[in-house]
Design a protein around this ligand. Structure first.
Ligand SMILES: Nc1ncnc2c1ncn2[C@@H]1O[C@H](COP(=O)(O)OP(=O)(O)OP(=O)(O)O)[C@@H](O)[C@H]1O
Length: 242
């Protein structure tokens, strides 16, 4: 059964700094998220998170800048390796985190789509049908047959969005900026996004936008300083429009 389970999950980023010695001296007295180690300084981005997300839940990760939302999303996506704790994701994961993640920059948009379809076990015929459908939606014109490394960031979002929303995964991980295309594109994207979100069994979205939380989510996990400070139903965590 699709679910996510984390226990004592910790992520650290080592920082090498030309002035690490003086920084270390100042940190020795500190007790925050920066730790001085032998030859480096370490940022504790996530500090011992424990939670379980069940099938049917749509979870918003909220919190101030630097709270750890993106880091948690990326850890769930398998991009970062925890330094401690346990993480289990049961179900197929799809992520809308980096537009062009998993694409070969040297291949064209169309080639990347077909490749993704084949990777997901489609026949060649099904993969090229998928490509036609995505090409129509992405509306990239002749750019679809040029290497994706030449795309503008907006074009990358269109292609990444169209591709990622073509096949609903069990677990959908999303960064809010994916909901910020140009107005014309977003009007067309709305229906597709709704289909994707309702078709997935679990949604986890990192966002600052409480309208998004109220519209899409059933549960809120609030992070601060790399730790969970609140976790519960949307109505309980954001009772008064906050
Ligand atoms: N690649 C990295 N290298 C070093 N430190 C990082 C890296 N990514 C994140 N951090 C640090 O980890 C902490 C959590 O950052 P994260 O990006 O997860 O926060 P966030 O809640 O998504 O913030 P925002 O709302 O600003 O996007 C911050 O202190 C940040 O400086």
């Amino acid at each position: 059964m699709t679910h996510i389970e984390a226990e004592g999950l910790a992520i650290e980023f080592p920082l090498y700094h030309h002035n690490a010695r003086s920084l270390k001296k100042r940190l020795l007295a500190g007790h925050g998220r920066l730790k001085a180690e032998d030859s480096r300084v370490v940022v504790a981005a996530l500090r011992g998170l424990s939670f379980r997300i069940e099938r049917g839940e749509r979870v918003a990760l909220i919190g101030p800048n630097g709270a750890g939302k993106s880091t948690l999303l990326r850890t769930l996506a398998g991009i970062y390796e925890p330094v401690a704790g346990r993480l289990i994701l049961e179900g197929e994961v799809g992520s809308l985190i980096d537009a062009l993640a998993g694409m070969d920059p040297l291949l064209t948009g169309r080639e990347n789509i077909v490749l993704r379809g084949l990777y997901r076990g489609m026949t060649e015929m099904a993969a090229s049908r998928l490509a036609t459908e995505i090409v129509d939606f992405a509306g990239l014109g002749e750019f679809i047959d040029l290497p994706v490394r030449g795309y503008s960031s907006g074009m990358g979002v269109r292609l990444g969005f169209a591709l990622a929303t073509a096949m609903a995964p069990d677990i959908l991980l999303m960064d809010e900026w994916f909901l910020a295309g140009d107005a014309d594109f977003m009007a067309r994207a709305e229906e597709r996004l709704t289909r994707l979100v309702t078709g997935s069994e679990i949604l986890v979205i990192a966002t600052h936008d409480m309208t998004i939380v109220r519209k899409w989510c059933t549960r809120v996990i609030r992070l601060e300083g790399g730790a969970i400070v609140a976790d519960g139903p949307v109505a309980k965590i954001l009772p008064d429009g906050g």
